[in-house]
Ligand binder design. Structure first.
Ligand SMILES: Cc1ncc(COP(=O)(O)O)c(C=O)c1O
Length: 406
């Protein structure tokens, strides 16, 4: 009999990753072993409040009982068919997701980048089949500082050199305009434009919230120009900002919405393109697909996610606790914080660069038991699970105050 493997500690596990894992990430030096709700625990048993929530993939916290239960029940019955066959979980998932988002149809995928790629393909197909753009001439207008994922097409229209450099040549057909600038958008849109693709709030860029009226302006402009409005709600959607979708803050209904992250309940990757029948109806058998897209396990968990959102409880919590987050951050302005942007339970916080980089602040917070992630320069972002309590949130803000002022 071989001796049971000795459990390795955090430092040893971090060192063990170095030679065998591609270095495409630079994680904080914490090794998580288990989690529940808003809390994670490392291999030594230290507890941390998760103020990142998997970039909003964990909107319902870690291992929400209803989601874990839905996954367990489905695991015991049917996990995968491929779309070569029908299965008994897909229709219900699509019906409920379409109803939740006020749309007609659903194209199920797995990751966020896949949903974006699928949205681009659908928009182009719509431009050729419905709008009548000449073959291979369709353009899509995107915004500077966007983040839509990591495939070659998507990084091709990124303005972040770290994301692009070394990965060309890129897919043509994209025009980049400044974010939050309707005049620039108006100029870029012409008869070849299939769609305008934007994040209603730019997450990776530092939780940049456009001026009031921008999203409504994009809606009005795209309608007038006869092109689609595609909203990437992969990070902003599904309760994070206090509404099911962030575009609801301006009562805007895009033609196509891209969803991901929280749709998988923090359990499985689930993404989707949702939109009108006129747009998603352009796809014919064989033109697009994914072996895992809409699989039974994903559909069961996705349906349970939709059920949680149908109650409205999580959107309400995000809106109410968003007030606590804003108040707490406002009190830190001039005391280590130079500015912040917040909507619902989501904030980008610009720390005084004299106090350290975003990474350094994140490491200090980690040592005090709070996990966050930096973005650019001295900006950190806060996006706790929507299940976080007011007390936990105030505790995290108190830790931030301590890190910035002591
Ligand atoms: C707005 C937005 N779109 C797309 C993506 C890509 O999602 P994924 O990492 O699941 O491919 C992300 C990921 O952070 C995102 O924030």
């Amino acid at each position: 009999m071989t001796a049971p493997a000795r459990a390795r500690g955090s430092q040893e596990l971090i060192r063990a990753e170095e030679p065998v894992l591609a270095h495409n990430y630079h994680p904080l030096p914490v090794v998580v072993a288990r989690a529940e709700g808003a809390w994670v625990e490392d291999v030594e048993g230290r507890r941390y409040l998760d103020m990142l929530a998997g970039y909003s993939a964990l909107n319902f916290g870690h291992r929400h009982p209803a989601l874990v239960d839905a996954a367990h029940r489905q695991l015991d019955r049917l996990t995968l068919t491929s779309r070569a066959f029908h299965h008994d979980r897909l229709a219900g998932f699509a019906e409920r997701l379409a109803a939740l988002t006020g749309t007609d149809m659903v194209l199920p995928m797995n990751t966020g980048a896949e949903a974006v790629e699928s949205g681009i393909k659908v928009a182009r197909k719509w431009a050729y089949d419905v709008k009548g753009v000449p073959a291979d001439r369709a353009t899509i207008v995107v915004t500077a500082d966007n983040f839509h994922g990591r495939t070659t097409t998507i990084v091709g229209f990124s303005t972040d050199e770290t994301a692009r450099a070394g990965f060309g040549p890129f897919t043509p057909g994209f025009r980049v305009v400044p974010y939050n600038d309707l005049a620039a958008l108006e100029e870029a849109v012409d008869e070849t434009t299939a769609a305008v693709l934007i994040e209603p709030i730019q997450g990776e860029a530092g939780v940049l919230i456009p001026d009031d009226g921008y999203l409504a302006g994009v809606r009005e402009l795209t309608r007038r120009a006869g092109c689609l409005f595609v909203a990437d709600e992969i990070q902003s959607g599904l309760g994070r900002t206090g509404h099911t979708l962030a575009v609801e803050h301006e009562s805007v209904v895009p033609d196509v919405v891209l969803l991901g992250k929280a749709l998988g309940g923090g359990i499985v990757p689930v993404s989707a393109v949702v939109g009108s029948r006129e747009v998603l109806g352009v796809l014919r058998p064989g033109e697009h697909g994914s072996t895992f897209g809409g699989n039974p396990l994903a559909a069961a968990v996705g349906t349970a996610v939709v059920e949680l959102l149908e109650t409205g409880e999580f959107q309400r919590r995000a809106a109410e606790l968003g007030g606590v987050l804003r108040e707490g951050l406002a009190a830190l302005v001039g005391r280590g914080v130079v500015g912040f942007r917040a909507r619902g339970l989501w904030a980008g916080v610009d720390v005084d660069p004299a106090l350290g980089s975003g990474r350094e602040i994140s490491e200090r917070l980690m040592r005090e038991g709070v996990l966050v992630k930096d973005t650019h320069g001295s900006t950190i972002r806060l996006a706790p699970p929507l299940t976080v309590t007011g007390e936990e949130l105030r505790g995290a803000l108190g830790t931030l105050e301590k890190v910035l002022t002591s």
